[in-house]
Design a protein around this ligand. Structure first.
Ligand code: GLA
Length: 379
């Protein structure tokens, strides 16, 4: 969106722009809220927030994706849901920011995002981090990237009602171009791991309609917490496979399977980070393959459409492709990592077989790992 577009809405030019990316997770699924490790990277798709301070206390927000819609509220008032679902994310971010005690003023915001929505690619985290960047720039808040991520997560947990972990917001805030980010979700320490130049990230969007995602997500989180309590550890990060086995008879089947996935997935993330750092695609292919099977059989969050995409990718390229469902589950996208030279074979196989197997059409794109939060001042 250009500055001129901002002027058309608000009568004067923007003072700055804050932008943040969507993400794909290479591996480490449902480990973030169990204080484990994850290995996501940013996409090149971004949400941009153009902003200008206002002399009053109003937050006024418009979006290029929702022409004709506009939200307006008092930035110092307690959170209240409005009638525009997309704008409620801005309200939630503002409410989360109030907990910092930093002074909140008025601001005009114009949002523009090309992150595909509802595909498990974190369009909401991109919006949250971009808006937090705009607020921090406009009101001179000294926010660290980890604090931005925490506030984005708080907005989701407390006001939107999704009990997500911190992965999406943290990678959106802290990503480095060309790299995946190994995140320790307990210490919030981040380590960039370069993706070999000759590899491409291919995202296969299943276009499977995602339903009941938040309630299923929250249910699984509760199962993990109960399993944790039964074992007697603070988080599943601290639990060993032997402990899990010892307490198996005290758990429901689903608590046991969810916890088993998390404990094993943490080990896969460590091994995958090492394989990535050493450019070992075959090892990654095996680890991501195991990760997908565990999402299907133990965490039970895959659907026939994403299982089919992974099967098609593996049939086309075998161990030359690392592939699995990425993100919160119940559809969404499959992430593939393969050599540039193999992309065409992969994409052709998906186009030829996916429709016949599922009756759906996949949206396919390739991307380099993008940059995290970026702030630009026009003053
Ligand atoms: C969603 C959540 C994340 C994470 C993933 C699953 O993307 O927002 O916090 O839990 O699901 O790994």
């Amino acid at each position: 969106m250009t500055v001129t577009g901002f002027e058309q809405h608000f009568g004067s030019p923007a003072q700055g722009e804050s932008s943040a990316p969507g993400r794909v997770n290479l591996i480490g699924e449902f480990t973030d809220y169990n204080e484990g490790w994850v290995l996501p990277c940013a996409l090149e798709f971004r949400c941009r927030a153009h902003w200008r301070r206002r002399p009053d206390n109003k937050i006024v927000v418009v979006s290029q994706e929702y022409p004709g819609e506009r939200d307006e509220f008092d930035g110092n008032a307690p959170y209240q849901q409005g009638s525009l679902p997309w704008a409620n994310y801005v309200r939630a971010v503002v409410a989360a920011s109030q907990t910092t005690g930093y002074p909140m003023g008025g601001i005009d915001l114009l949002l523009h995002s090309n992150v595909p929505q509802g595909r498990g690619l974190s369009s909401s985290a991109a919006l949250e981090v971009a808006v937090l960047g705009a607020l921090a720039s406009a009101f001179d808040w000294p926010l660290e990237t980890t604090e931005i991520a925490r506030l984005g997560q708080l907005a989701e947990n407390q006001f939107i009602g999704c009990q997500c972990g911190i992965m999406d917001q943290l990678v959106s805030a802290a990503a480095e171009p060309g790299s995946a980010l190994l995140l320790d979700c307990q210490s919030l320490e981040t380590t960039a791991i370069g993706i070999p130049e000759q590899w491409t990230l291919v995202v296969l969007d299943s276009n499977h309609p995602r339903q009941l995602v938040d309630s299923e997500y929250n249910d699984r989180r509760r199962d993990c917490e109960l399993a944790c309590r039964i074992i007697g550890v603070n988080s599943l990060r601290a639990a060993t496979p032997a402990q899990l086995e010892a307490y198996r008879s005290e758990m429901t089947t689903s608590q046991f399977l969810r916890a088993k996935h998390v404990i094993e997935e943490n080990q896969r993330v460590q091994a995958s980070a090492e394989a990535l750092a050493n450019g070992r695609l075959t090892d990654l292919a095996q680890l991501l393959g195991e990760g997908h099977r565990s999402l299907a059989d133990q965490f039970e969050v895959t659907v026939a459409a994403t299982d089919a995409l992974v099967a098609i990718a593996k049939a086309a390229l075998g161990d030359r492709v690392a592939a699995r469902q990425t993100g919160g589950g119940f559809g969404g996208a499959v992430i593939c990592l393969c050599h540039h030279d193999d992309v065409e074979t992969l994409v052709t196989a998906v186009h030829q077989e996916y429709g016949a197997r599922t009756g759906l059409e996949a949206t396919v794109f390739s991307s380099r790992a993008g940059a995290g939060l970026e702030l630009v001042s026009y003053d």
